[in-house]
Design a protein around this ligand. Structure first.
Ligand SMILES: [Fe+2]
Ligand SMILES: [Fe+2]
Length: 162
């Protein structure tokens, strides 16, 4: 058992989430080009995609906060401030995602008037998801490299059974 088993489990989820948000960003820009009124089908797809991304993201964040962060904080108290920053990033990302969900559920005139802000938010969101996963991978690599093989094995098992 190698540390990369835990890392590869997480990185698989990270690349999946990063891709989902990049796709939503792209879809939003297309809606902006085509106009809100001509994009009803595209908007319902974006809305479903965003809901799906949010669900997957909440599962992933819960897995991290309850299994990985909890274990790392206990074992390496000196990493606490880094963990706190990662949790704050989770909250910020979720807040922005909820704002977009609300906008997509409101009437279309609201979306039209908020389109510039929506484009900015989704673009920031895609960027934050990508940057957060990079920062987090560095924390995981640092922590895992200091654990024994059996400790890493146990951590992976806890992740998979979460
Ligand atoms: Fe995270
Ligand atoms: Fe993550």
């Amino acid at each position: 058992m190698d540390q990369f088993d835990v890392i590869s489990h997480i990185e698989h989820e990270h690349s999946h989430l990063t891709r989902l948000f990049a796709d939503i960003d792209r879809a939003f820009r297309q809606v902006n080009q085509d106009g809100v009124q001509a994009s009803e089908d595209a908007l319902s797809t974006v809305s479903e995609d965003l809901e799906h991304a949010m669900e997957e993201m909440l599962d992933h964040f819960a897995e991290e906060e309850q299994v990985l962060f909890a274990h790392i904080e206990e074992r390496f108290p000196e990493m606490e401030s880094e963990i706190v920053a990662l949790v704050q990033a989770h909250e910020l990302i979720c807040d922005r995602t909820r704002w977009l969900q609300q906008l997509l559920n409101a009437d279309r005139s609201k979306l039209e008037s908020e389109m510039a802000k929506a484009l900015e938010i989704i673009h920031q969101l895609a960027d934050e998801v990508a940057k957060h996963t990079e920062a987090e991978s560095r924390v995981y690599t640092t922590a895992l490299s200091q654990m024994s093989a059996s400790e890493r094995r146990e951590l992976l098992e806890n992740l998979q059974h979460h």
